[in-house]
Design a protein around this ligand. Structure first.
Ligand code: URA
Ligand code: SF4
Length: 290
């Protein structure tokens, strides 16, 4: 019985925390796990393979994070208010070692929203998404696909940099499911303030956050999918009616397109070919704009 409030819907954590059981701490998930099996309905985010060099609380072989939900101000009206609140997020262990939260940036009225993986080393230092090498490559691809770079919004599935120290070097580590799940409420909250025509999912981590663990970017890249119907939990992304009749205005429907991450282009054996593929996918997104 994997109730999504227990595993995915971090809202479960809020109930527990509001009861005063685990305020500000890491203990939320303890009761959620019995005999190694997840029992739904209790807060906290846990993933079975979570033992690693991090500082998160571990219960048996399970890493637990309370999730971001409790840090999100329910009455936030703007992305700026969300960004300010995200600066104090401790929803998972990643805030401990990273320099700062890297929230989304760009135009709230953007017709294209990009969702990446997590901030990199440079983003962590500057506090802005996509300002390092992957960001530069993405910017070039946006131009080549004839998307308007002034009207995009850029964000990440996970908002703190996850890395491993090797000597003095900070080596990128892919976020685990526990981090993706813990951070997802920020992404959901951002989408309540955005109204894109196309959402571009960059790589597997963003795809996991929005489309669920079974989505394969390699299989479905470049395809326009209906949004939020294609989401793992479409109800999280349903638009709030904007008028008294209950319509979501006359806004054109939103579509989603997944493609490879710009970092994958930088790592590819054949970078030119990988880059062309990225631009081809982004061109599909550009043509979908009305
Ligand atoms: N890669 C990402 O996914 N996001 C960034 O912000 C930078 C690099
Ligand atoms: Fe919060 Fe996300 Fe940072 Fe974890 S990665 S502390 S959930 S903002």
């Amino acid at each position: 019985m994997h109730d999504r409030r227990g595993l995915v819907g971090v809202d479960g954590a809020v109930d527990v925390i509001d009861d005063g059981v685990a305020r500000g701490g890491w203990g939320v998930g303890v009761a959620a796990w019995r005999g190694g099996d997840c029992v739904g309905g209790v807060g906290g985010v846990g993933v079975g393979s979570g033992v690693e060099g991090g500082t998160g609380r571990k219960v048996g072989m399970v890493e637990i994070a309370p999730g971001a939900q409790q840090f999100i101000p329910p009455q936030a009206d703007t992305l700026d208010e969300l960004r300010a609140a995200a600066a104090g997020c401790q929803g998972c262990e990643l805030y401990r070692n990273a320099s700062q939260t890297v929230f989304g940036r760009g135009d709230a009225t953007a017709r294209v929203v990009f969702v990446g993986e997590q901030p990199g080393d440079m983003e962590d230092q500057k506090g802005l998404p996509f300002v390092g090498p992957a960001g530069r490559l993405l910017r070039r691809a946006v131009d080549d696909a004839k998307l308007d770079p002034g009207h995009i919004y850029l964000t990440n599935a996970v908002k703190h940099f996850r890395f491993e120290l090797r000597g003095k070097r900070r080596i990128h580590q892919t976020p685990d499911r526990v981090h993706i799940t813990a951070c997802r409420p920020w992404l959901v909250a951002e989408f309540t303030k955005l109204n894109p025509q196309v959402i571009v999912v960059l790589g597997a981590t963003a795809a996991k956050a929005l489309l669920g663990p079974s989505f394969r970017v390699t299989r479905q890249r470049g395809e326009l999918l209906p949004w939020p119907a294609a989401a793992e939990h479409p109800e999280d992304f349903q638009r709030v009616p904007v008028d008294s009749v209950g319509d979501t205005a006359d806004a054109p429907p939103t579509q989603l397109l997944a493609t490879i991450h710009p970092s994958a282009v930088l790592r590819a054996d054949d970078q030119d070919k990988a880059y062309e593929g990225l631009v081809a996918d982004l061109t599909v997104a550009a043509r979908a704009l009305t």
